[in-house]
Ligand binder design. Sequence first.
Ligand code: ANZ
Length: 943
Amino acid sequence: MDYNFREIEKKWQKRWVEQKTYQVTEDESKKKFYVLNMFPYPSGAGLHVGHPLGYIASDIYARYKRLQGFNVLNPMGYDAYGLPAEQYAIQTGQHPAITTVNNINRYREQLDKIGFSFDWNREIRTCDPEYYQWTQWAFIRMFNSFYCNDEKKAMPIGELVKAFEANGSQGLNVACSEELHFTADEWKQMGEKEQQEVLMNYRIAYLGNTMVNWCPALGTVLANDEVVDGVSERGGHPVIQKVMRQWCLRVSAYAQRLLDGLDGIDWTDSLKETQRNWIGRSEGAEMRFKVKDSDLEFTIFTTRADTVFGVTFMVLAPESELVAQLTTPEQKAEVDAYLERTKKRTERERIADRSVSGVFSGSYAINPLTNEAIPVWISDYVLAGYGTGAIMAVPAHDSRDYAFAKHFNLEIRPLIEGCDISEESFDAKEGIMINSPKEGAAAGGLVLNGLTVKEAIAKTKEYIRSTGLGRVKVNFRLRDAIFSRQRYWGEPFPVYYKNNMPYMIDESKLPLELPEVSKFLPTETGEPPLGNATQWAWDEVNQTVVGVERIDHTTIFPLELNTMPGFAGSSAYYLRYMDPRNHSCLVDPQVNGYWQNVDLYVGGTEHATGHLIYSRFWNKFLFDLGVTVKEEPFQKLVNQGMIQGRSNFVYRIKDTNTFVSLNLKNQYDTTPIHVDVNIVSNDVLDLEAFKAWRPEFATAEFILEDGKYVCGWAVEKMSKSMFNVVNPDMIVEKYGADTLRMYEMFLGPVEQSKPWDTNGIDGVYRFLKKFWTLFYNRDGEFIVNQEAATKEELKSLHKLIKKVTSDIEQFSYNTSVSAFMICINELYTLKCNKKEVLSPLLVVLAPFAPHVCEELWEAIGNQSSVCDAQWPSWNEDYLKEDVVNYTISFNGKARFNMEFAADATSESIQETVLADERSLKWTEGKTPKKVIVVPKKIVNIVV
Ligand code: ANZ
């Protein structure tokens, strides 16, 4: 029998389904292990060979853990809501649900061919009402919660209402959008609407006025990464900054916990650092400045309170509400023009761009420590959403302030000894303060001279606090998440509007299903696509969705027209996999108690500050509610690298249809053109296939070298537009899934990005064929025997077990593949066909090449799946070298070598060496003065 991978793979894929090999249930008698992949968005292009890389790596780990006796959960599903399907719907009218299902089916077919151990019974799709019901449910819970800074957790909003009734806003230490002050009486006198507005300030899911990237042409808000140079990435339409009322999640309330949680999880340092920077904890102070000749005052945030004596101007963010209040009539025209200009820039551009711009407001602020009047400017280097959106500028010690002062010719006043004022030397953080008012008279006693910066910061902070000029403040860069999208293909909000205030649909009425619409575009009046739905109003009495024509704002109300963003559905999906068909809750507490959290999460780094922040936040919220037992969802995280494409080029001679081979191209004026890698083999172009590829090449002519057309190549992103996409189906068809799996791992370390290079795949395929020949000879006869293994055979096997075990633990799969190759070569040379060796070998190889191992496992006489075998352990005794080669030296000079048993004692070695004839020659018959035996290395004889 030959290695017929086509039959073998088909047979086992079928058998696995029939025998429910990968179905898993909670089994208290076994320890659990939860492996998770970041689930795919099923795009129209299908899978390319880069996609399964992480899935194969995690599948190997899942299978390995199962062989070690763990009860392994390894689920898969689809992140099925998203923009491409909607865009396609806009272009073609094809409903996104249909495109999505088609794409899912295609993905599933492709995945099935690769032989994953997924428990497909647990499949989830984020666009499935049965699934998104729980996304909506969590949203309602967030709406009905606030975050208590004292308890450090989310609490029911009812508790806050009680506190308001008792003490108003006094003594509150809770997360909020804005500090509000009211008494219990004032609270009680507020009407329902006013109270709701106040509560909105504290809810974890809240409607807030946020600055968004608004693209009028597309009728939607865009995420930062969808805006490039002030225009939309798709279509190049202008994008402006606009304040819009949007649903937000109060992620910022969890900033400290998100930071602390990183210490207890097993992620790479670089990923943790990315998150730490993103969360951006900053210790500083808030300080109040009065406006000259006015009752107004405003608060700034600074991390360098000590520099208050060096402030020479103040700066407000253009969006700050203070701008309107502080702009004097004389300056108004200039300020308005400036505001108009800055509107066009996204926040990201403002941070990246260091060019200086700004305008004077006309007003002055009073430095509370010196009573000096200082001009207030407006500039977009101050961001509205950070700190208080206002700063005190210290150009001598801050580079952005310095650039600004230079540009507008404002005073620069150094405070630190030896600080020479040039752009490079601001960061004199270790310096000594020299320039605060010596007597401290104007400063009410605050003298900083002679202190180090650190001491001066501490002293100033304490001064500010004790005099009531401000307070000590920790700020985070992490923002609340904007949670509304003006899209169709997303989760509908379980929200209706009464009196312009949002109300939640009763949890028992979920899911609120996405309605049908006639058009997937915004409405004529600029409403999101759901504005086109005719069945999209809420009947409060009957608790059901009804036609919009019945809206009367008395019992029938409009439903929310926005939908949720992409990260909504992926935030808690790991929990749903535990209990995917539960109709009464997101996850049964007992089931959650068993699976706890994900032990190994595999996915791309591109999610470092998106999904991996949101899902941690979401999970912490659910933890506060008591829904999850673990505060961190993903204990260990491995980032797989990208598989890049290896593109091929042909060279067209300018203005002709003639193509010249790579090494002759310099003789002509040519343009390189991407050519489909599937019609190129080992960089040689298939000429006929090329002519058939595109009508314009049908008449192509070629200038060949050595009778061949050699293509150029380059490593690029794997993408359709570069014609370098390699489809796993083709590889499976040609070599089989086991070869594909092993080859993907053989390409290099999982975490590294590397180009796909089909050229090496034959080697892996040959390896599997050779492996097969240990079991079946050329005539197809089964040759495995029951003979006892030799020491050498056992050594080869146990070396492999040891290596692969430690490699898998470290995700070093490429070295495992090499180890398999070495071992198989050794056994082949030893002509080892012994069951005693081959049986454990099958178990160790099974995670990598499950189909062929199942087949041979059965052939050697097993009834049950190799998946349920036991991972073998290695025996160190077999690994020991039997004999050791010693160098024998005389007076430090090596003279000859001798072999000794590895366990020979020093005494016996010494005796044998001295008795050897050759020794007698070198000692010239004298009795040696000294004999030194260095175990396993050398014997030195001093004569
Ligand atoms: C005076 C000062 C003097 C500052 C000095 C720095 C150096 P991090 O560490 O990022 O928190 N700042 C405050 N709010 C800002 C905003 N909304 N937009 C832009 N810049 C803002 O940095 C805090 C520092 O950044 C603050 O401390 C403030 O400038 C500025 F030698 O105040 B500093």
